[in-house]
Design a protein around this ligand. Structure first.
Ligand SMILES: O=c1ccn([C@@H]2O[C@H](COP(=O)(O)O)[C@@H](O)[C@H]2O)c(=O)[nH]1
Length: 266
């Protein structure tokens, strides 16, 4: 199972295409978000699918139940592998979205492949940012609250930071997916393997981050990684190294780390 999802956040469709043409579906799944979808629309999703990639349509729908249900149904009809909504849209909206995917699955010939997940607390938010919007709560507590809503509504999983994965595992079975952005390769990591990207592993606007190794060991199912790949001198080398790091982390879940390795695209 490939656990890396590359976030195709580019300012032109041509830049995205140039990277996708060099990638292989065995290396990564692809995420198309607001920027690229606004620029290129469904045709780019279709191009990626025709090239054999699983596409996560990351549009984070957040609206009244009827509108979100219709949008999610349209995404399922495009055959995307994964689509998401904001859990803070509330239980009725989550339920409506879930029903829309289920109804599409029952009515359509090739249905059944679209996972519906909910964004909990954006990984760019910390306690202070939450307080600024009137939520006097620790991010992890809010994530747990929203993940519980998503699970109760029958969604397939959540988007959260790797820091909260253990909490999610405590409230949901292993088939409830944890999809984690906020992943940063770390040149100073104490992990037995550490990717070094020429992006530098800086957090950018992310606030709740962990390394790929630590995210997998924490139990993340999928790692969403953008700039450390797309802004590297050699995105392909970084992806190969990330996959190696993920594999080693997964094996560490049952064995003890022994030696240190490093990969560099620099
Ligand atoms: O809470 C969230 C939800 C979505 N994202 C998206 O993931 C990528 C992360 O990109 P990086 O360059 O690795 O920071 C980006 O497309 C976000 O829209 C997120 O970061 N946090």
């Amino acid at each position: 199972m490939n656990r890396i999802i590359t976030a195709l956040d580019f300012s032109t469709p041509a830049q995205a295409r140039a990277l996708v043409e060099r990638l292989d579906p065995s290396l990564t799944r692809l995420k198309i978000g607001n920027q690229l979808y606004t620029l290129a629309g469904p045709s780019l999703v279709e191009e990626c699918q025709k090239a054999g990639f699983d596409v996560f349509l990351d549009l984070k729908y957040h609206d009244i139940p009827n509108t979100v249900a219709s949008a999610v149904e349209a995404a399922a009809a495009m055959g995307v592998w994964m689509v998401n909504v904001h859990a803070s849209g509330g239980p009725a909206m989550l339920q409506a979205a879930r029903n829309a995917v289920q109804q599409f699955d029952r009515s359509a010939e090739h249905a059944g492949g679209t996972r519906l997940i909910a964004v909990t607390v954006l990984t760019s938010l910390d306690r202070n940012e939450l307080a600024a919007v009137g939520l006097d709560v620790e991010p992890a507590d809010q994530v747990t609250r929203l993940a519980t809503l998503a699970r109760q509504a029958g969604l397939d999983g959540v988007v959260c930071s790797p820091h909260e994965v253990a909490r999610i595992r405590a409230i949901a079975k292993s088939n409830f997916l944890t999809v984690t952005p906020g992943v940063r390769p770390d040149q100073g990591s104490s992990a037995p393997v550490s990717v070094i990207s020429s992006h530098g592993g800086k957090p950018d606007d992310q606030r709740r981050t962990l390394t790929p190794y630590d995210a997998i060991v924490a139990g993340s199912d999928f790692l969403v990684i953008g700039r450390p790949i797309t802004q590297a001198k050699s995105p392909l080398d970084v992806l190969h190294a990330l996959n190696a790091e993920v594999q080693i982390a997964a094996s560490q879940l049952s064995t003890t780390p022994s030696d240190q390795q490093a990969h560099s695209d620099a």
